[in-house]
Design a protein around this ligand. Structure first.
Ligand code: ADP
Ligand code: MG
Length: 150
């Protein structure tokens, strides 16, 4: 599997990378985010939202599973951590095909519902402020998005 590896030294750099990615995305794109608590998944999503023109503050949706934000393209921000031992389909397809960008934190918990084409991102904490961010495109289109960003 092809990988595109980035390193950021600050929270701002992570947001900038995500914001740049946002400008390359199209409606119905799905981004999955994996990484331990504190790795920077929500921080990345904040940057992505900024790049989509979301003006409201983006916070972790842990207690609601999904939050929707209006931007130039809508953002659907999911944190599916609480679905770990559940087979529940909360209507994922309606979000994935809802003409917005969907970001899914802890996506492996809903593996069976994920679309075939997506951009998988893994975040690793190196130290207090350094993060390794690994992009794994699934499908031809996301390969070209990654090449453009790299
Ligand atoms: P997660 O959603 O993965 O649990 P958060 O984004 O909520 O993680 O938290 C990441 C924390 O790490 C934030 O407090 C953020 O300020 C901090 N941080 C420090 N350096 C970075 C960096 N380079 N990229 C992202 N977050 C960083
Ligand atoms: Mg989070």
């Amino acid at each position: 599997m092809e990988e595109y590896i980035f390193e950021t030294a600050t929270e701002e750099e992570t947001k900038r990378l995500a914001s740049k990615l946002a400008t390359l995305l199209r409606p119905n794109d799905v981004i999955t985010l994996e990484g331990d608590l504190g790795a920077g998944k929500t921080t990345f999503t904040k940057g992505l939202g900024a790049g989509l023109g979301v003006t409201r503050t983006i916070n972790s949706p842990t207690f609601t599973i999904v939050k929707e934000y209006q931007g130039e393209i809508p953002l659907y921000h999911m944190d599916v951590y609480r679905l770990e031992n559940s087979e529940e389909d909360i209507g994922f397809d309606e979000y994935f095909n809802g003409d917005g960008i969907t970001v899914v934190e802890w996506a492996h918990f809903i593996e069976e519902f994920l679309p075939d084409e997506r951009l998988a991102i893994q975040m690793k904490r190196i130290d207090e402020t350094k993060r390794k961010i690994i992009f794994q495109p699934v499908g031809h289109y996301f390969h070209s998005v990654c090449k453009e960003l790299y």
